[in-house]
Write a protein that binds this ligand. Structure first.
Ligand code: ATP
Ligand code: MG
Length: 139
């Protein structure tokens, strides 16, 4: 059964291009509630672990370099059918293929610098949220 939470990051390109506010507006207008949020910067080890599923992909090294290139915003979001609805809101991985009006269509520059992350399953949403937010917190 689908849970009602997903995890997102506003990636370094969107942070450095000044899109944090606009992206958060789109997320809230899309019906998502922000449950937890953090402005931080990933270490190489942290980004490597976060994207470990892509370790064998040719773009892995560049992806880790990109994700550590500047600050990010990490957040846990809540909405019915959160994982699927959030991926609809952000659009395709490649912004050139992202539907009109989606976050990646509006704010992403390339398939790598694609403005936001969205979890791809309930299980990964839980794992990824736990990566950034401690069990000492209550949300
Ligand atoms: P994310 O997991 O960040 O939400 P996604 O699920 O749409 O994105 P994945 O296939 O999980 O896409 O890829 C993870 C990230 O790796 C992408 O968001 C992008 O930053 C980068 N990436 C994916 N494919 C490529 C590629 N062909 N070249 C360069 N970078 C890529
Ligand atoms: Mg993914």
């Amino acid at each position: 059964m689908a849970t009602n939470r997903t995890f997102t990051m506003i990636k370094p390109d969107a942070v450095s291009n000044g899109h944090i506010g606009a992206i958060l507006n789109d997320i809230i207008a899309g019906g998502f509630k922000i449950v937890a949020m953090k402005y931080t910067r990933l270490s190489e080890e942290g980004a490597g672990n976060f994207y470990a599923v892509h370790k064998e992909r040719p773009f892995y090294g560049d992806l880790v370099k990109f994700m550590t290139s500047g600050p990010i915003v990490a957040a846990i979001l809540e909405k019915d059918n959160a994982v699927e609805d959030f991926r609809t809101l952000i659009g395709a991985t490649d912004p050139a293929k992202a539907d009109e009006g989606t976050i990646r269509n509006k704010y992403a520059k390339s398939i790598e610098a694609n403005a936001v992350h969205g979890s791809d399953s309930d299980e990964n949403a839980e794992i990824e949220g736990s990566f950034f937010f401690s069990q000492l917190e209550r949300f």
